[in-house]
Write a protein that binds this ligand. Sequence first.
Ligand code: AMP
Ligand code: ZN
Length: 494
Amino acid sequence: MIRFFNTLSGKTEEFRPLQEKEKEVGMYTCGPTVYDYAHIGNFRAFIFEDLLRRFLEYKGYKVKHVMNITDVDDKTIAGANREKKKLGEFTETYTRAFREDLQALNILPANYPKDQPRATQEIPAMIELIEKLVKKGTAYVNDGSVYYRVTAFPSYGKLSKKKLDKNIQGVRVDVDAYEKEDGADFALWKKAKEEEPAWDSPWGKGRPGWHIECSAMSMKYLGETFDIHAGGEDLIFPHHENEIAQSEGATGKPFVKYWLHCKFLLVNGEKMSKSKGNFYTLRDLLTKGHDPMTIRYVLLSTHYRTPLNFTLEGVKSAGEAVERLTSCYAHCLHLNVFGIGYKVKVEDLTNWNVNLCSCLPDARARIEQALENDLNISVALAEVFDALKLINFCLSKKLLEEKSLKEAIDFFKRVDRLLGLKITEQEALPPDVFKYYEQRSTFRRDPRFIKDKTLQQLADDLRAKIESLGWIVKDGRPGEPSTLQKKRRAWEKV
Ligand code: AMP
Ligand code: ZN
């Protein structure tokens, strides 16, 4: 049974999509506001959503995933004006950069419609929705702008659990983003101002407010009621609260079944954000030499409802974790591709009491169970690394016959479908690296090795040869296997 924490009910609930029999899921994730490069806090949200999508697909659901591009709002307009560019030209740069970053982080692109819907291309759907609200008296026109009347929607506050403060009812809020404790009437349509792009509407020239954009685009592509709406916790109020008010106010139907929000990425205990200036873009980190999969691992490996404190220490250990996975896979692949599967006797297997053909499917089942429990990635990863230890152990003791080897490769492939760490894009060990590694292991297994300087020197020479081919040998404690890790790939600017 899949269970998710639903912000709307404040509880962990069984996940039962509207099209349960057909195994179809409609999912809307709020996309980026394209006024700058996204920072890695933004990517924490996008990677949590990517894990959610990958997991549902792994479980056999067909996920219709829509993610918008916010290419008109206060920030994009201010940015374009600052750079003296047309809005479209300004936002195009950051839309393209966003897509490159998604690709670098191996985040699956939204799959419906073909191109991510852009707010500026969807104005008619927004106007239509606002007209419905005006007709119902849930919205009112004031001097060329249109506002949502929050008192007309009695359940306003049900997502964020905020109560309407009588003192601010009727107060009109025009800005797209605002930090407020309580709700107030918010702008659906903003009258044209000088130096701002404007579109024709029944209320004169103007532009949409930010919140109506997501209501209109999500319902246009997923229907009036759909399964999942996700984003970072800062979107709960006012953005998602207002989306509910707009959509349910217009249709009279429940808007979304499950609301999922991730906690912030923090730096020194504070939210990473542009306005605080405490942010890294993905590009900042990659040009420093970090591998994109390391950054993906950092953002993925903490449960989405636990705040994640970003440190360079954390990046270092994430890099090591990814390398352990990819090296082990490369090692297995090499044995498989070159047909050098170890010859083992059945007695050996029983002596060591490890049978990967039964251990790995069990491990896979436990990984799935962990993710079924509100995407518990920490438990899932602990299971992955327990399995990895077992595979490494078998490699070191030469306990891998063909069937187990195939099982191990299959394990990595399935895990990678969930984690998206490109483990299985790793190529097999180059034949020479493998040859030197095997020779070195033979020296190290020799009982004389601990005292014999000549053997030690031979092992060191082989290590140097392996390193010159781009691989690093990491020796375990005495009696434990040495593992091979590929040297970090330098990032090439996308
Ligand atoms: P924006 O481009 O500002 O509209 O934000 C895009 C996504 O990033 C939204 O889902 C935000 O909730 C999310 N977000 C922004 N800052 C952070 C942060 N520090 N940690 C996690 N998610 C964030
Ligand atoms: Zn949104």
